[in-house]
Design a protein around this ligand. Sequence first.
Ligand code: GLN
Length: 188
Amino acid sequence: MVVGVLGIQGGFSKHKEMIDSMGYDTKIIRTPDELKKTDALIIPGGESTTFLNLFDKLDLEDAIKEYSINSPIMGTCAGMIVLATKVDSINYSPLGLINIEVNRNAYGRQKESFVDKVNIELNNRLIKFEAVFIRAPKIVNYGSDCDVLAKYKDDNIMVQNNSVLVCSFHPELTGNNVIHKYFLEKFM
Ligand code: GLN
């Protein structure tokens, strides 16, 4: 089983380190051909506009959409933004692979980034998780085919549908791999 981490920009190396340490075969993905050779994909944080611009240039937009028909995808922060159906203040169409509407930079700029404890529901158990928010987006709406797995105060910050898992924060930065483990065991 091969786990792909999209490596065209942003914070892909920490995701790779975490998944490597869990004993999976992990590949950095930069082309549609490389994507086809994986069984699950992680889209990291970074800059969502840059991702969407590069998807177009690297022919990854259709490739990722087609991939998602049979393979699971996890998106963190900017990775969540690009997977959404509706995004505020952006000149590109997101991929629309999970029925959520998100607002970018909704907790403020870089200097307003923060870490806080949140409760996450994984397999019917509540788990305390230290969540790192960096210019994080908010999920302001979600469809009836989505489940909310975590909230921060009144905001939904982690949502799944049948094949896509997204979160506003950076689970690869805390050394706690429960979210990656959940994704790889539940969605594969
Ligand atoms: N604010 C960034 C964006 O809109 C996301 C930040 C992140 O991925 N840490 O793309």
